[in-house]
Write a protein that binds this ligand. Structure first.
Ligand code: IFM
Length: 663
C-alpha cells in the first residue's frame, strides 16, 4: 500500500532519483537507477564501512561492481528510457517490501514491448541482492540481452579497484578486484537464470525468441563478497519470501500512525523506510549520506548519535547497541587523536571511517579561485566527543545495559569528559575553566570561544559520567577498580573539580544564551540580506571569509540543539526566548537544522511551526532538497539525519508532547 511512484522520465532527475529510489539493508545500498544505466548515470552499489583511498584524493566508501546492468535490444534498438521508442515509464519504490520496480513500454517498429524489472537488497542476508526482469511483446520477436557484472562503476574519488578480473562459470559471472589502499579483495558474483555468450569484461549476451503475449523472465542473484567469503546461490522466490517477511516484521515494529493526515503519513513512512534500510547488521555505523553514495566520504558524523539513535533505540534496540559498539570499538582511535593534538581522554573523529578521522584540513573548495579552503572542523568541532558520550548515556538510560557500560561504555563517557577537561583553559582572572577555540554545531563560525552547546554538553557529560561511576563503583566494585586502571589516575576527582568551575554561559536579560563569546556583537542582519550578498549560488557561507562569518547568521540550530538534548534542564520560557531569537538568523544550510527546530517547536507549544518544519525535514529526499554543493564539493545524497530528526519530532514532540510544555 505504501509506494512512491513516478511517471515519465527526465534525464535531469537521474541523480536525484538515484537517491530517492534507493534500496538497502544497512550494509549495501543500491541506488535507484535503471538497469540500462552505467557509471555515467551514477549507478552505485555502496558498501558500508569499507573504505579506500586513492593517492591524492579523499578516502571514501567503496562502490561494488554492478551485477544488475542489463540492456535488451530488439532489431538493434536498445530498450532504453532515453530513446525515441519509449512510450511510458514508471519507477516505483515499494516502501512496504523494500523493493524497487520499473515498468517501461516501448514501441520498436510495430512491436509494443513492455520491460519491467524489480530488485531488492535482502533484508535477511547482508551480502545478497536479487533482480527479476520481465519482457513481453505483442508481436513475435527475438531480443538480445546484454548482462553480467559491470565493472564500470561510479566513484567520486576512485577508481578504487586494481587487478580487476572477470570470469564466467556456467551461468555464474564474477568480477573481482582489490582495493587500492589496503588490498582488500572484493568480488561480486552473480548467478543468472540464462547463460551468457561472448563473455568479455564481466558482460556477455544471449538471445531470446518470444511469441506474441509470452513473458520472458530473467533472474539474477548476486552477492557482494568482501574478503574471502564464498558465493552461494538461492532461488529468487525463496530470497523474496524471506526478504518480504522481514520487511513485514520491520514495519510492525516501526509503523507510526499519523491519524488520517495522508501527507504526514507518507512523509513519515518514507523517512522510516530510509531509517530501516540503514539499520546496521554488523560492526559498522551509519554514514551521513547513508548508503546513497560516497558523499562526505561515507563517513560517520554526530548525525548518527544525535539524530538517528533515538529511532533505533525504540524500534530496533539491537541496532542501537551496534551503533554504540562502533564508538566503543573506535575508542583507541579517539584516544590517539586526542594524544596527537596534545590532549588527554578521547577526541572522536569528526568524520569517522572506522575511527580514522577522514575530515580534510581543506573541506571546501572555493568556487572563485578553485582552491581548497582551510576549515577547522577536524580540530575544533570537539563537541563530537560530547555527542558520542550523550548517545551512550541515553542508550544506558533506556536499556540499563550494564554489560555494555562495563564493556567500554562508561570508559568512553569518562574519556570524553576527560578530553574536554584537558582541552579547557583555566581563566585566572575570571576563576573558571573555558573551552576556547572551538566550532559549535553552527559551522559558519569557526574557532570561537565558549560555544554554549559545547560547554554545556561537556558539563553534562562529566556530571552524568561521574554519577554513573559512583553507581558502578557500588554495584560492581571489583570490575570498577579494574576499569579505573584504564583511565588516568585521579580522573574522577579532577572531573569533579572541573565541573564546579567550568564556565556555562547564562541567559541575558531577554533570556537568550549567547551562542559563543562575542556573538551578540556580530552584524545583526537577516538571512536574506546575507544571501543577497552572494556572488555565486554555491559560494561557501562560512570559514574565514564567508558571507555569514562576520554576521549573526548561522548555518544550523546550535543553542537550540542543547535544549533539545536536555529539555528538562532549561525552562520552557527560556527555550521559547532562544527559539524566537535564533530562528530568524538560521539559514538551515544543513539538513540537520529544520528537524532540530521542529523538535524545539514541539517543546514550546508551537505545534503549527513544528508540523511545518517536520514535514520539510521528512520530505527532503522526496523533493530532492538540501544543498548539493559546499563550494565545489558535491554534498548530495540522502539525508538520514533529517529522516531521523523528523521521526524524533513526530514521536517525542508532536506525538507525545513533552512534560508540561505543550500549550
Ligand atoms: O554533521 C553535519 C554537520 O553538522 C553539518 N554539515 C554536514 C554534516 C553531515 O551531515
Amino acid at each position: 500500500m505504501k509506494s512512491l511512484k513516478e511517471n515519465g522520465f527526465s534525464a535531469d532527475k537521474i541523480v536525484e532519483n538515484g537517491n530517492k529510489f534507493l534500496i538497502g539493508n544497512g550494509y549495501l545500498g543500491y541506488r535507484g537507477t535503471l538497469d540500462e544505466f552505467t557509471a555515467k548515470e551514477c549507478v552505485g552499489l555502496n558498501i558500508a564501512g569499507l573504505y579506500d583511498g586513492v593517492k591524492g584524493k579523499w578516502r571514501e566508501t567503496v562502490n561494488a561492481f554492478n551485477p544488475f546492468f542489463c540492456v535488451i535490444s530488439l532489431n538493434g534498438v536498445p530498450l532504453d528510457v532515453r530513446g525515441k521508442e519509449m512510450l511510458s515509464h514508471e519507477a516505483e519504490l515499494d516502501l512496504e517490501r523494500g523493493l524497487f520496480r520499473r515498468e517501461t513500454k516501448f514501441l520498436v517498429g510495430k512491436a509494443h514491448v513492455t520491460l519491467s524489472s524489480e530488485r531488492f537488497v535482502s533484508a535477511v542476508e547482508e551480502d545478497l541482492l536479487c533482480s527479476r526482469t520481465r519482457l513481453t511483446s505483442d508481436m513475435d520477436a527475438t531480443f538480445f540481452v546484454k548482462a553480467g557484472v559491470d565493472p564500470d562503476i561510479w566513484d567520486l574519488n576512485g577508481p578504487h579497484f586494481t587487478d580487476v578480473e572477470s570470469r564466467i562459470s556456467g551461468s555464474c559471472v564474477e568480477v573481482k578486484g582489490r582495493t587500492q589502499e589496503l588490498g582488500i579483495p572484493v568480488r561480486v558474483a552473480c548467478a543468472l537464470s540464462h547463460s551468457l555468450q561472448n563473455f568479455h569484461g564481466g558482460l556477455g549476451e544471449f538471445s531470446v525468441r518470444l511469441k506474441a503475449g509470452e513473458t520472458f523472465t530473467f533472474d539474477r542473484i548476486a552477492r557482494v563478497l568482501v574478503g574471502e567469503k564464498v558465493f552461494s546461490a538461492c532461488s529468487y522466490e525463496r530470497a523474496y519470501k524471506a526478504h518480504t517477511e522481514e520487511w513485514a516484521r520491520l514495519w510492525l515494529l516501526a509503523r507510526l500512525d499519523a491519524r488520517g493526515d495522508a501527507r504526514a503519513q507518507f512523509a513519515l513512512d518514507y523517512s522510516i523506510y530510509h531509517l530501516l534500510i540503514l539499520a546496521p547488521k554488523g560492526r559498522y555505523s551509519i554514514a551521513a549520506r547513508g548508503l546513497s553514495g560516497q558523499t562526505y566520504k561515507g563517513a560517520v558524523f554526530w548525525d548518527t548519535e544525535i539524530f538517528l539513535l533515538p529511532f533505533y533505540m525504540e524500534v530496533l534496540p539491537a541496532c542501537a547497541r551496534r551503533l554504540i559498539e562502533y564508538r566503543i570499538d573506535t575508542l583507541p582511535a579517539a584516544r590517539k587523536k586526542a594524544q596527537d593534538y596534545g590532549f588527554g581522554g578521547a577526541f572522536y573523529a569528526w568524520e569517522s571511517q572506522n575511527g580514522y578521522d577522514a575530515c580534510s584540513d581543506f573541506n571546501v573548495t572555493d568556487v572563485f579561485t578553485h582552491r581548497p579552503v582551510r576549515t577547522y572542523f577536524k580540530e575544533k568541532q570537539i563537541h563530537i566527543s560530547a555527542d558520542v558520550a550523550y548517545a551512550i548515556l541515553r542508550y544506558y538510560e533506556r536499556t540499563n545495559d550494564d554489560a555494555l557500560m562495563l564493556g567500554g561504555g562508561l570508559e568512553t563517557v569518562l574519556s570524553c569528559a576527560e578530553f574536554a577537561r584537558t582541552y579547557s583553559y583555566y581563566n585566572h582572572i575570571k576563576g573558571r575553566y573555558e573551552l576556547l577555540d572551538v566550532i559549535g554545531p553552527d559551522e559558519y563560525h569557526e574557532r570561537v570561544n565558549n560555544n554554549a552547546y559545547t560547554n554545556y554538553m561537556f558539563f553534562f557529560t562529566a556530571k552524568e559520567g561521574l554519577a554513573l561511576a559512583e553507581k558502578f563503583a557500588k554495584k560492581y566494585p571489583a570490575r570498577f577498580e579494574e576499569l579505573l586502571l584504564s583511565l588516568p589516575e585521579g580522573i574522577l576527582q579532577n572531573l569533579r573539580e572541573w565541573t564546579e568551575k567550568l564556565y556555562l554561559p547564562k541567559p541575558d536579560a531577554e533570556g537568550v544564551i549567547e551562542q559563543f563569546d562575542g556573538y551578540f556583537r556580530l552584524e545583526d542582519v537577516s538571512v536574506e540580506k546575507v544571501r543577497s550578498r552572494l556572488c555565486h549560488p554555491n559560494e561557501y557561507w562560512g570559514g574565514s571569509g564567508g558571507v555569514a562569518t562576520a554576521t549573526r547568521v548561522i548555518k544550523q540550530a546550535d543553542v537550540i540543539m542543547l535544549f533539545n538534548l536536555y529539555p528538562d534542564k532549561f525552562s520552557a520560557k527560556l527555550r521559547r526566548a532562544n527559539y524566537d531569537f535564533y530562528l530568524p538568523y538560521t539559514e538551515h544550510g544543513s539538513s540537520l537544522s529544520r528537524c532540530s527546530y521542529a523538535i524545539a517547536a514541539c517543546g514550546i507549544g508551537r505545534r503549527e511551526e513544528a508540523y511545518a518544519a517536520l514535514l520539510e525535514s521528512a520530505e527532503i529526499d522526496l523533493k530532492g532538497g538540501g544543498k548539493q554543493w559546499a563550494g565545489e564539493v558535491y554534498i548530495g545524497g540522502t539525508h538520514p539525519a533529517a529522516s531521523g530528526g523528523a521521526w524524533i519530532a513526530a514521536t517525542h514532540g508532536l506525538g507525545y508532547g513533552r512534560k508540561g510544555d505543550l500549550a
